[in-house]
Design a protein. Structure first.
Length: 627
């Protein structure tokens, strides 16, 4: 029964078709929107495609936002839009596409082969259903809730839907036509795009061998191996970074600026903020890179173009939560916008959930890249390998060398930007996956040192490449996620989606889904308590966990009568609850505050206000007794 339910969510080959059309559609959107702002890319046609596609990705999300509120996100409309925009992209940029292919082969044949191997290696996991905690809770769950609702509203029981949500607004139309494997396929496409774009950016600064080695150092880093196999928002920020850099690299330092490129760069900086609030750090770096080489007389016009374009790109995604909740930063910083106690408590819990990672103090600031190189337990469980420490050291040397030479190039500005992103990461949420934007910017920054060393002693370029390959191999040897892709290609997980989901989400979660299918009617209204992972829950549901959301039971009560009354008034006829310790990130003080509702549920079981239908693995499924 669970297998049938999961199979109903799978779009099969339509997932790949939807993502392929999406890629061309993004080029079409970018060409229509900013094609004249970038230049024809005669010298580097690949960089033009990178910039157009990056703009198009964000334009697609903006279109999803508007179409969602107009009720236009349905299967037929999405297919029409994808096919039409893909045709526009293929036609308008046919010359750029041809020249990009000719420039890549045979001139960059070695990297093309490497990219094909990387793409094939990672592609094996695209057919596996999303199973990570973030995917099940909100990254993929929110688009499916919107499909059910018909609008991209902020779901008050799922506060993560109040994020700017650019990724979810892109996924919503695509999963509508391609099914639940679209998100992983799209993540794969984003990463392959970033690998190719990063190589093109590096080749503008240094030779082939070091460029290939640095791309491999990123692609096969432990943190990247973990990230590619599931669904996260960070790849969208990477797309914005490489898109902005593609525009900047295409300009000559010191040339007389036109406002067009700055409009594009500003839009991409704003798009990074539309992914998540932490994108403001990336936006600041992009602004610095764009303005760093300009003469003073040009700063005002360029800065104005950047600010206006960034605001226009980001504002619609913050207006949605602002208009619906009164807080554009929902669920964070509620104290700035409300005095309602439940909302304030919920907001404080979410601040606390992300604020306990990492290393404190001065020693932590200087030691974090080295500790994270081999130990992820102090962060979010993911170690990054020695690449980040090596890149940050190289960026530091690049800055010193270029300042002493009084010649700060784009690579030098990227080196400064990478150090800024490290400071931003250390001061906000020290989760290693949030290092990815810094990783890309630092790669460009370090290329300045690699290129300078190769000019001084040609063999040093090869030595640097070998060094990057060695640290890459060391990280791969210690990261078990590399084996995931091998197992994915063996096909067992594709043939057995229930087993694959069990391996990632746990046997208890799958058994709970089976119980909901067996024990509840199709029109059941289910309340989830202490279980946030709603993606595969096969009934209409809301999350009622105290303090995680402010709509219900915040603060919780231990009165059985009050809880029973609230369930009936909310229209809930069933409740699925699990031990409160199952959720990650929740601090002990919040676990203690959540306990009253568990005591109330135990009392309701004893006095017959709820009826036990199933229990196992710490879960209980109950029916709410009317009256």
């Amino acid at each position: 029964m669970v297998l049938d339910w999961l199979a109903s969510l799978d779009g099969g080959w339509l997932a790949g078709l939807a993502v392929a059309l999406f890629a061309l559609a993004c080029i079409g959107i970018g060409s229509l929107g900013v094609g004249r702002c970038i230049g024809r890319g005669e010298d580097r046609p690949g960089l033009r495609l990178v910039a157009l596609a990056a703009v198009g990705v964000n334009g697609f999300g903006l279109a999803g936002l508007g179409a969602g509120f107009l009720g236009l996100v349905d299967t037929s409309m999405v297919w029409i839009g994808l096919v039409g925009l893909a045709a526009v992209g293929a036609y308008r940029e046919r010359s750029t596409l041809r020249r990009s292919l000719r420039a890549a082969w045979p001139n960059e044949a070695a990297f093309v082969v490497v990219l094909l191997v990387l793409g094939a290696f990672f592609y094996g996991s695209t057919g596996i259903f999303p199973g990570g905690w973030d995917s099940l809770t909100y990254q993929v769950a929110i688009p499916y809730r919107w499909i059910e609702l018909g609008r991209p509203d902020v779901l008050l029981d799922l506060p993560y839907s109040g994020f700017p949500s650019l990724l979810q607004l892109i996924l919503w139309p695509l999963v509508t036509v391609g099914g639940v494997t679209v998100p992983r396929t799209l993540q794969w496409a984003f990463y392959v795009f970033v690998f190719a774009a990063l190589y093109a950016l590096l080749r503008a600064r240094t030779s082939r061998f070091p460029s290939v080695a640095m791309v491999l150092a990123f692609a096969l880093s432990p943190v990247c191996l973990v990230m590619v196999k599931d669904v996260y928002a960070e790849p969208l920020i990477l797309v914005d970074i490489v898109g902005a850099l593609a525009v900047l690299v295409s300009r000559r330092d010191g040339s007389k600026p036109s406002l067009g490129p700055f409009v594009v760069v500003g839009a991409l900086a704003g798009a990074a903020c539309a992914v998540k609030l932490a994108g403001v750090g990336t936006a600041a770096v992009v602004f610095g890179l764009a303005l760093g080489s300009l003469p003073r007389r040009s700063l005002v016009g360029a800065a104005s173009a950047l600010v206006v374009a960034a605001t226009a790109a980001a504002l619609p995604f913050y207006l949605r939560p602002w208009l619906q909740t009164g807080n554009p930063l929902y669920p964070f910083f509620a104290r700035w916008f409300t005095s309602e106690p439940a909302t304030l408590a919920m907001s404080q819990m979410h601040h606390d959930m992300g604020g306990h990672y990492g290393l404190p103090g001065v020693s932590g600031f200087f030691g974090a890249p080295f500790v994270a190189a081999f130990d992820g337990s102090r962060f979010d469980g993911i170690f990054v390998g020695w690449q980040v420490a090596l890149l940050l050291l190289a960026c530091s040397v690049t800055i010193v060398v270029q300042i002493r030479a009084r010649a700060l190039t784009l690579a030098g500005r990227c080196a400064i930007g990478a150090l800024f992103l490290y400071v931003f990461w250390f001061a906000t949420a020290q989760q290693t996956r949030f290092m990815l934007p810094m990783f890309v910017v630092a790669s460009i920054g370090a290329s300045g040192l690699v290129a300078a060393a190769a000019r001084w002693r040609p063999r040093l370029g090869a030595v640097s490449a070998v060094l990057f390959l060695l640290v890459t191999a060391e990280g791969v040897s210690r990261e078990d996620s590399a084996l995931h892709y091998v197992a994915a290609w063996q096909g067992g997980w594709r043939r057995d989606p229930v087993g694959a989901l069990t391996a990632v989400a746990g046997n208890g979660y799958v058994k709970a889904i089976r119980a909901v299918l067996h024990e509840t009617p199709e029109d059941a209204n289910l309340l989830l308590l202490f279980e946030r992972r709603g993606l595969y829950v096969p009934r209409h549901h809301e999350i009622g966990t105290p303090y995680f959301q402010a709509r219900r039971f915040t603060p919780p009560t231990d009165s059985a009568e009050d809880v029973h009354r609230a369930l009936l008034e909310g229209g809930f006829d069933h409740v699925l609850f699990s031990p409160s310790t199952r959720n990650p990130d929740v601090r002990p003080k919040w676990l203690e505050r959540q306990q009253p509702i568990l005591r109330a549920l135990e009392a309701m079981l004893e006095n017959g206000q709820i009826e036990l239908l199933w229990k196992g693995h710490g879960y209980r499924l109950v029916r709410v007794v009317p009256g």
